[in-house]
Design a protein around this ligand. Structure first.
Ligand code: NAD
Length: 327
C-alpha cells in the first residue's frame, strides 16, 4: 500500500492523507504505554505517514517530549507541526514574546532545529485584534528567521477561523477539528472552498469526533451536547450490524474528502496505526452511510462552544441538518 500524498498549499511539501495526531501521547485519551507510543510513531513512519502534529498543551509538554524522543534520527522523514499560545485548560498567552519563547521550548523538547508548521492554538480563546495584530505577526517573524517553515491557526469555531484568516494575508494553514465527520459538514460550509481559493492548506483533525466515533467512546471531558454523545454508541452498533468498526467507517468517510490536505487522527498504539493504515485501502459502504445519515440527522451539525463568547459560532438552525455526504 502506498499512502496518498496531498499538496500542503502551494509550498511544494506534500502531506500523507493520514496524519498522526500526538495528543494521545500526552495521555489526553487515558492510559498510555509510553514505549508502545514510541513504537506507534515508528510504525506510522514505516507505514508512510509523514505528518505529525503535537502541542505544548498535550500532556502539558509530555507529548512533545515523547514525540521528540521517538523522532530521534527520524526528524528529516517527517513534516512536524507544533503549536503555541495554549498551555493549560484555561491557560493561554497570545503575546508576541511568548510565541517566540514557546517555539524555543518546543524545539528543545522535540530535539530539532525548526518546525515545519507552527499553529497558533485555539485562537477562539484570544482577543481577535491581538491574534491578528500581534500573535500571527510574531509567528510570521519566526517564519522569516527559519525557525518555523509555515504558520497556521487552529480552533473549533469554523466561522471565526475564517474571519481571522481573512484579515491575515500569508497564512499557510488552518487546522479545524471535529467539523468534517459523520456528524458534521461545517468544514465544507465555511472553510473548504475558501481555503482552496486562497491556497491555504486545510487540515481536518478529529475525524473520530475526539473519540466519540469509536467503539470505546469518548473521554469524560468531551463537551458535545448530551444528545450528540448519545448518538455515538448507536452509530457504533449500526456499523457493527454491518460487520464494520465505527472508527474505520468514520475514518474512511473523512479520507474520501476530495481536497483536505490531511486527515489527522490521534494514535498511540501500533495496532491503531496499522488499523488506520488499512482503512486507506478500504471503501465506504454507501448503504451503511445512508443509514448513518438517517440516524444522525436529528443531531447533525450540533456542536459545542469553546472560547470567548464573541468568537464562538452561533449554534443551530442556520447550519441546517444537512445530510452526510456520500462521495
Ligand atoms: P480523534 O477524533 O482522532 O480521536 C482520537 C481517539 O480515537 C483516541 O482515543 C484514539 O485512541 C482513538 N482511535 C484512533 N484510531 C482508532 C481506531 N482505529 N480504533 C479505535 N479508536 C481509535 O481526535 P484527536 O486525537 O483529538 O484529534 C486528532 C489530532 O488532531 C490530535 O491528536 C491533535 O494532534 C489534533 N487536534 C488539534 C486540535 C487543535 O489544534 N485545537 C484539536 C483537536 C485535535
Amino acid at each position: 500500500m502506498t499512502i496518498e500524498l496531498r499538496p500542503f498549499g502551494s509550498s511544494g511539501s506534500q502531506l500523507s492523507l493520514l496524519g498522526f495526531g500526538a495528543a494521545p501521547l500526552g495521555g489526553e485519551y487515558g492510559g498510555l504505554d509510553v514505549a508502545e507510543g514510541r513504537r506507534a510513531v515508528h510504525a506510522a513512519i514505516d507505514g508512510g505517514i509523514n505528518f505529525f502534529d503535537v502541542a505544548p498543551y498535550y500532556g502539558r509538554t509530555l507529548a512533545e517530549e515523547r514525540l521528540g524522543e521517538a523522532l530521534l534520527g527520524k526528524r528529516e522523514q517527517v513534516f512536524l507541526s507544533s503549536k503555541c499560545a495554549r498551555f493549560g485548560l484555561e491557560r493561554f498567552d497570545f503575546s508576541a514574546a511568548r510565541v517566540a519563547t514557546s517555539v524555543e521550548e518546543s524545539l528543545a523538547r522535540l530535539r530539532c532545529e525548526h518546525l515545519d508548521l507552527l499553529i497558533v492554538h485555539d485562537v477562539e480563546f484570544g482577543l481577535e485584534a491581538q491574534i491578528v495584530e500581534e500573535t500571527l505577526p510574531a509567528a510570521f517573524a519566526l517564519r522569516e528567521q527559519g525557525k518555523v517553515r509555515h504558520v497556521g491557526i487552529s480552533g473549533l469555531p469554523v466561522r471565526y477561523l475564517r474571519r481571522v484568516a481573512e484579515q491575515v494575508p500569508g497564512l499557510d494553514a488552518i487546522l479545524s477539528y471535529a467539523h468534517y465527520t459523520l456528524l458534521s459538514d461545517l468544514l465544507d460550509q465555511h472553510l473548504t472552498p475558501w481555503c482552496a481559493q486562497q491556497g491555504i492548506a486545510l487540515i481536518n483533525a478529529s475525524p473520530l469526533a475526539l473519540g466519540l466515533l469509536t467503539q470505546a467512546g469518548p473521554q469524560d471531558w468531551h463537551r458535545a451536547p448530551a444528545e450528540v454523545l448519545a448518538i455515538g454508541p448507536q452509530v457504533a452498533d449500526l456499523c457493527k450490524q454491518h460487520g464494520r468498526d465505527v472508527a474505520e467507517v468514520a475514518l474512511r468517510f473523512a479520507f474520501d474528502h476530495p481536497t483536505v490536505c490531511s486527515t489527522l487522527t490521534g494514535m498511540s498504539t501500533v495496532e491503531q496505526v496499522h488499523a488506520n493504515l488499512r482503512v486507506l485501502d478500504q471503501r465506504s459502504d454507501p448503504e451503511l452511510l445512508a443509514k448513518i445519515q438517517d440516524l444522525v440527522a436529528p443531531v447533525y451539525n450540533q456542536m459545542w462552544q469553546e472560547g470567548r463568547a464573541e468568537n464562538t459560532d452561533p449554534p443551530g438552525p442556520k447550519d441546517g441538518h444537512s445530510s452526510v455526504k456520500i462521495r
